[in-house]
Design a protein around this ligand. Structure first.
Ligand SMILES: Nc1nc2c(ncn2[C@@H]2O[C@H](COP(=O)(O)OP(=O)(O)OP(=O)(O)O)[C@@H](O)[C@H]2O)c(=O)[nH]1
Length: 550
């Protein structure tokens, strides 16, 4: 039985959940033993086979989350073997070796108990950023749900556990921003995948994003999730670091700036029609008729997409594509070709030069506007992924420095206060040395997610290097920045990381300033001042935030 309102330290709560899980696992194994005996007497009973399958499925989907990795993997193999037999029309030649399976599961359980296999997180912190993402967790396994919910809460998500699908219509719950669904939670003991389709009907009133998860790492499970409007499918045991990062990135607001489209077209009437259609679709448009001015105009307008007349009088689309591909800055600029006739050889040549989409006249302007938007969206996503650090999803060193420089340039023209923060995990070397590099990576990654949860999407957050982070907080004075970073420091300290059966927490130090304090300083000098304040925080005992002195 799981206490729905657990008390005690995070460690106590995790331990209690692991204890509950272990005793359930042991009774599952006893139940499997019973089924194995019945199957010996009645080898082809579908009823017993389905129960065996379902119990193995439940173990395979949950054991790994509690650190019983070998048990989970083995249960998955046995579950697959049982499913094969269930799907066969004829009785198998050999009886199912269920007794041997159970002996192997018991041996794995003993071995898992001795291993330090899992790394997880827990927090007692309740201080959260405003507007927490509200997640409804639809999971029929109460222990697993509690365990998952506690970890999600550590990152500042608000989590509601749905055990009974009737609760989906409960108006007293705060509306979800995201549904996280065990894809089999709409079934009872049945393991038949054809029942999965009904999620679409069950969730028809929910417009928020949906993620599915399940024990199966199969094409079918992913396809079903997609067909049920899932934005993604995660395999159990859930990797909480990757899941929380996925979720927090999902809610990062994409730039709402209008897409910038350049039109290079000699036919002025056509050019005007296209420009009007795109402007009506809220895009910024720059029209050009002279190819000779191409590079000058590109540098001036900085487009995210170019509409190119495939057959200009002096130079053709193929040559222009080649020219663009030779200049690094424009080599990956998306191109939409406007062809005034069906000239397949010209099209093929431009395609071979790396060209993009072809539209023939008469142009469907509505389709064109949609295509332009999707091309700009793709380019922005690509640029974002290039500038992001793989472990944390934050900006890489060069990108955060660039963001600081460009914001600094901006405030020279439009005076505005911003704060800079340098932040570093304390004694991080010890974490690596004691628990290993992968656990160290988990801690770094957790800082990334925590930062995204605590700051606005308009702030720039970067991994400066190793275990050091840089934040640019726009429109924010140092005193406010100090308070926010101090809240973050407390939240981070409250997170309990676990490596096997060992629990530990980490702290961080930070240096904070705003540009008003150092009005003559360059962007680089501001970073240096913030770094000095960080050094001061380290020198004066760590686990603290220091304001830079002007
Ligand atoms: N796991 C992991 N470790 C990293 C990564 N990048 C840097 N490190 C390690 O981070 C540690 C940083 O150690 P130090 O610079 O001595 O600092 P510290 O131990 O945090 O001590 P203080 O900053 O003085 O509190 C080094 O051991 C690096 O190897 C990474 O991506 N993953």
């Amino acid at each position: 039985m799981v206490n729905s309102n657990p008390i005690g330290t995070p460690k106590d709560r995790l331990e209690a959940l692991k204890e509950s899980y272990l005793s359930r696992l042991e009774s599952n194994l006893n139940h499997l033993e019973l089924l194995a005996g019945r199957l010996l007497e009645k080898a082809q009973s579908d009823e017993y086979l389905e129960e065996l399958h379902s119990t193995l499925h439940s173990i395979s989907g949950s054991a790994g989350s509690f650190g019983f990795n070998q048990v989970g993997q083995q249960a998955r193999r046995f579950e697959q073997a049982t499913a094969k037999i269930l799907n066969q029309a004829n009785a198998p030649d050999e009886p199912l070796p269920a007794r041997e399976w159970i002996a192997q599961l018991r041996a794995s359980l003993e071995s898992d108990k001795k291993q330090k296999a899992s790394a997880s997180i827990e927090s007692s912190s309740t201080s959260k950023a405003d507007g927490n993402t509200c997640i409804w967790l639809i999971e029929r396994d109460a222990i697993l749900a509690e365990f998952t919910a506690q970890q999600l809460k550590s990152f500042g998500f608000e989590v509601h556990h749905i055990t009974d699908l009737q609760e989906l219509n409960n108006p007293s719950k705060p509306a979800p921003d995201l549904l996280l669904i065990d894809h089999r939670a709409n079934q009872t003991l049945s393991a038949k995948p054809e029942h999965l389709g009904s999620w679409k009907t069950l969730l028809k009133d929910f417009t928020c994003p949906k993620y599915f998860f399940g024990a199966e790492d199969t094409f079918d499970a992913r396809l079903q999730a997609l067909r049920n409007d899932g934005k993604g499918y995660f395999v159990k045991p859930l990797n909480m670091i990757s899941l929380t990062r996925h979720i927090s990135e999902l809610f990062q607001v994409e730039s709402s700036e209008p897409g910038r489209v350049m039109i290079l077209e000699t036919n002025s009437r056509l050019s005007q029609t296209l420009q009007t259609a795109l402007e009506q679709a809220d895009m910024l448009v720059y029209s050009l008729s002279e190819p000779q001015q191409l590079f000058e105009s590109l540098n001036e307008f900085n487009p995210e997409l170019i509409l190119l007349d495939l057959w200009l009088t002096e130079v053709n689309g193929q040559e222009l594509t080649a020219l663009l591909s030779q200049v690094e800055r424009w080599a990956h600029l998306p191109i939409i070709y406007i062809a005034n006739e069906s000239n397949s050889s010209l099209k093929n040549q431009a395609l071979l030069m790396g060209g993009g989409i072809f539209l023939e006249q008469p142009i469907d302007t509505e389709l064109l506007a949609r295509l332009c938007k999707s091309q700009v969206h793709k380019l922005r996503q690509l640029e974002a992924s290039r500038s992001k650090d793989a472990l944390t999803g934050l900006l890489k060193h060069a990108s955060i420095k660039e963001a600081i420089q460009s914001h600094w340039n901006y405030v020279q023209r439009q005076p505005q206060t911003f704060s800079l923060v340098m932040l570093d995990i304390d004694h991080f070397k010890q974490v690596n040395d004691t628990y290993g590099h992968p656990v160290g990576d988990l801690v770094i990654s957790a800082v990334g997610t925590l930062l995204r949860q605590h700051f606005r999407s308009t702030d720039k957050l970067g991994r400066y290097g190793g275990e050091e982070f840089t934040l640019l907080l726009v429109d924010c004075e140092a005193d406010d920045a100090f308070k926010m970073v101090d809240n973050l420091r407390e939240a981070f300290e409250a997170i309990k990381f676990s490596s096997g059966d060992t629990y530990f927490s980490c702290t961080l130090s930070a240096g904070v300033l705003d540009n008003k304090q150092f009005s003559d300083a360059s962007a680089d000098a501001l970073i240096e001042h913030a770094d000095k304040a960080l050094y001061q925080a380290k020198q004066s005992g760590r686990n603290r935030v220091c304001l830079a002195c002007a």
